[in-house]
Design a protein around this ligand. Structure first.
Ligand code: SAM
Length: 244
């Protein structure tokens, strides 16, 4: 039914099945009641990675609680492509931008990294998760990107998974154009973006010595980390993702 796609969407980490009645959290009840102004009998959509997207009706709602009744499945589960973004967290609003745009661009896994010049190592994963959920609801995804615990760059490299290419955006140049590399990938990949202060010469040397790493350039200008993250993901999607 066409009008389903105008209905509000809520990510629900709960088994979604026909006739199930689900009690929402206080925050979700507040969002439905006070933000979306839904009342009993109104319809909405709920989704998660396991069950896909379902139509639901508000069974009852007040300022602090709400229950919904699941009616019918609208879309089967469908994960976004398998692409990782490994990034050094940057200042708050730019970090929120990276999370929102990476989610819209279909990133599969987000790996926050501590590098020598990371200025904002203490990030709130719970806040980042809330930003990811909100972006997933808006962008009509049927899953959430996986948000990993923050890791140290060298530890991540020492435990790098077999068979996955790491495409390293190297602002120092002297690298292959990103497009050439991203359109010739033959398997799973991860994209690596540095912090505001960039990578140190030592990090660059360690990265370039790894067999699974390919350094790429995003052109002659220095992009901000959020611009670079967005650009790499856009190129990857266009070359190897689900935009075809
Ligand atoms: N030191 C510079 C600075 O402070 O602006 C460079 C850091 S840049 C803002 C952050 C990250 O974006 C870099 O570490 C790199 O991963 C990526 N980046 C920016 N411009 C790039 C380019 N022209 N080619 C490849 N990667 C780039």
């Amino acid at each position: 039914m066409r009008e389903n796609y105008t209905l509000a969407r809520l990510y629900l980490d709960h088994d979604l099945a026909e006739d199930a009645v689900i009690a929402l959290s206080k925050e979700q009840a507040h969002y439905l009641g006070n933000v979306l102004r839904l009342s009993s009998g109104d319809a909405l959509r709920v989704f998660n990675s396991k069950d896909g997207e379902w139509r639901a009706l508000v069974a009852d709602i007040n300022r602090k609680a709400a229950r919904i009744e699941i009616t019918e499945q609208l879309r089967a589960p469908k994960p976004c492509p398998d692409i990782w973004l490994c990034f050094a967290p940057v200042r708050k609003h730019r970090n929120a931008f990276i999370l929102e745009k990476a989610t819209e661009l279909g990133v599969g896994t987000l790996q926050p990294l501590i590098t020598a010049r990371t200025q904002f190592p203490k990030i709130r994963l719970d806040k980042m998760q809330a930003q990811i959920i909100e972006a997933s609801e808006q962008t009509e995804r049927l899953d959430l990107p996986m948000l990993c615990e923050t890791r140290d760059l060298s530890k991540m490299l020492d435990n790098w998974p077999e068979g996955r290419a790491l495409i390293f955006a190297d602002e120092a140049g002297d690298a292959e154009p990103a497009m050439n590399v991203l359109q010739n990938l033959s398997g799973p990949a991860a994209l690596l973006i540095g912090p505001e202060g960039g990578f140190t010469a030592e990090e660059r040397e360690i990265l370039r010595a790894k067999s699974f790493v390919t350094a790429v350039t995003l052109g002659p200008r220095i992009l901000r980390a959020d611009t670079a993250a967005l650009s790499m993901l856009t190129l990857w999607q266009a070359c190897s993702g689900d935009w075809k």
